[in-house]
Design a protein around this ligand. Structure first.
Ligand code: DQA
Length: 167
C-alpha cells in the first residue's frame, strides 16, 4: 500500500489505534521507602510492586499509566504542570505534602481547572491518625479522594478515572 496516502483514504481497519488516555500516578516524599517504612501502617510491598500492579490495572482499564515518586516538592509541582500540558489525568499521593504544601495545591488546582481528573489517594486513612494528618490542603481542588485501602486506593482511583472518561 502507498504509505503516502492520507489516512482518510485508508480502510478503517488500517487506521492506527487511538492513543489510550494517560494517567500520571504521582507519589510524594518517603513513598520510595514503601516496604521498609512503618510496614504496620503502609504494608510490606514496595514502590516497584506498586509500579507493576499499576501497569496491570492500566491494561485492564485501558489507561496508559506512568508511576513516579519523588521526595522533592519542585519535581512533583513540575509533573503536575506536565500533566496539564499533556492533557493527562492524575492520581496523586502527596504524602506529607498533603498537609501543608500550598505549592502542590496550586499545581493540583491547575489540573482540575483544565478539566482533567485528579484523584488524591492515601494508603492509610489519615483521618484516623495524628491530628496534623486530618487536614489536606489538596482535597479542596481534587476531583475526589480515596484513602485507607493500601494499594487498592490506587486501583480504585484508576477505576474511577476510567469510568468517567468518554469512550
Ligand atoms: C500518606 C499519609 C500521609 O499523612 C503521610 O505523610 C504519608 C503517606 C498515605 O499514603 O497514607 O507519607 O499519604
Amino acid at each position: 500500500m502507498d504509505s503516502a496516502l492520507p489516512s482518510a483514504a485508508l480502510p478503517s481497519a488500517a487506521l492506527p489505534p487511538a492513543a489510550l488516555p494517560r494517567v500520571l500516578v504521582l507519589n510524594g516524599p518517603n513513598l520510595g521507602r514503601l516496604g521498609v517504612r512503618e510496614p504496620e501502617v503502609y504494608g510490606h510491598a514496595s514502590m516497584a510492586d506498586l509500579e507493576s500492579a499499576a501497569a496491570t490495572w492500566g491494561k485492564e482499564l485501558g489507561l496508559e499509566v506512568d508511576v513516579r515518586q519523588t521526595d522533592a516538592e519542585s519535581e512533583i509541582v513540575g509533573w503536575l504542570h506536565e500533566a496539564v500540558d499533556a492533557g493527562a489525568h492524575v492520581v496523586l499521593n502527596p504524602a506529607a505534602f498533603t498537609h501543608y504544601s500550598y505549592a502542590l495545591r496550586d499545581a493540583a488546582a491547575q489540573v482540575t481547572t483544565a478539566d482533567l481528573l485528579l484523584v488524591e489517594v492515601h494508603l492509610s486513612n489519615p483521618a484516623t491518625r495524628e491530628t496534623f494528618r486530618h487536614y489536606s490542603v489538596v482535597a479542596g481542588v481534587a476531583t475526589g479522594t480515596v484513602a485507607g485501602f493500601g494499594f487498592d486506593s490506587y486501583r480504585l482511583a484508576l477505576s474511577a478515572i476510567a469510568t468517567r472518561l468518554p469512550r
